[in-house]
Design a protein around this ligand. Sequence first.
Ligand SMILES: Cc1cc2nc3c(=O)[nH]c(=O)nc-3n(C[C@H](O)[C@H](O)[C@H](O)COP(=O)(O)OP(=O)(O)OC[C@H]3O[C@@H](n4cnc5c(N)ncnc54)[C@H](O)[C@@H]3O)c2cc1C
Length: 413
Amino acid sequence: MGYSFLRLAREALRDHTGWRPAWRDAEPKPRYDVVVIGGGGHGLATAYYLARNHGARNVAVVEKGWIGGGNTGRNTTVIRSNYYFPSSAELYDLSLRLYENLGVDLNYNVMVSQRGFLFLAHAPLQLEMYNRIVNALLVNGIDAELLSSDEVFRRAPLLNRAMRWPVVGGFTQPRAGIARHDAVAWGYARAADRLGVDIVQHCEVTGLRQAGGRITAVETTRGTIEAGAVAIVVAGHSSVLAAMAGLRLPVTSYALQAMVSEPVKPILDTVVNSPATGVYVSQSDKGELVFGGGLDLYPSYAQRGNLPVVEHVIAGLIEMFPAFAQLRLMRKWAGIVDVVHDSSPILGPTPVDGLYINCGWGTGGFKAIPAGGWLTAHCIATGGHHALSAPFDLGRFATGALVDEAAAAGIAH
Ligand SMILES: Cc1cc2nc3c(=O)[nH]c(=O)nc-3n(C[C@H](O)[C@H](O)[C@H](O)COP(=O)(O)OP(=O)(O)OC[C@H]3O[C@@H](n4cnc5c(N)ncnc54)[C@H](O)[C@@H]3O)c2cc1C
């Protein structure tokens, strides 16, 4: 059932009785050509592009909870492609370009809003570094503009002019912005379902079976499912799943927190990030201020986060925007993110035949969902790498060819 203005009008006239569930709640079959573990954005996008780009029809996504209930439904929704190295810029810009047309492609409103992303500079030296970054981005074909302090305050008028670390300028990526996180998961799920993908919720993978160095099946809480190929796409739980296949990953899992204020009228129409306070903020379409900062300080699988980080983030936010002190904090939450030494993803085949991995996005993989899914699907369908995923192979930790994006990944967003 396609979504359209006509369809909406028809349903309005018959009291919305004609809508069907957006995807089937599938029962697991005994065998699939491909089983994707993890019903977050990357897993669902992998299944969708396997079906759409490569004609795969016998595919399942198995999710231990509900789709989008992991980091995909917990993130602060920033999308951008201003990464430093050419290989990263190509990857993240493919993603941003796919986002720009995603609503039409999926026939689902993912609420992409390209309102720009503003990095603040708090010292002349930092502005000099930004100058260098902007030049590198432009050479990579990514839109970027260096800004004076006047231009920064014009874009964010409520910003504190008397900050302890004065704002001396900044830079922006005009095509960056936000998208609705749940809608991205739901849109991919619905579009994949329409192409025959089975989405199996409340089905936890508890073991991986191999024979002769090749993956043969996944063991789940709803029985064993044979598989021609398996993709591990579980973000913060990647090490747990990889260990089931005898693999040790260079991934550390941390809680990452975010918060929202009560909703207010439009007061901030760009995303603002201050490396000095360690805080970034945007305003959602509902009117809430959505903000966050860095990781909790110690590795953990406890999906709740600690209070010192909340305190630090709120103090930074109020330093940046004193007027926001009047707002009430509505909610705070955490997700478990998969952090890698070079702050770049791990994407592609593994040493086990037929087993693929997509992880390591750490604090910034929402923006990468379309490209991550596209490239993981390509690897599974062809058994090898796409040119864009090759630099992000797991083997880089043995060769030392790291893609160090710590500066671009920065604090979470
Ligand atoms: C607070 C916060 C803010 C963030 N802000 C941003 C941002 O602004 N911009 C940005 O680009 N990124 C951001 N991120 C990062 C981004 O959310 C993640 O990188 C991205 O969502 C990862 O998507 P995923 O599909 O790989 O993982 P997830 O969405 O976490 O999906 C993985 C799924 O695997 C499932 N799973 C785990 N174990 C099993 C098992 N054994 N069997 C079956 N299923 C299993 C989980 O239940 C989960 O649903 C943020 C993250 C957090 C936590």
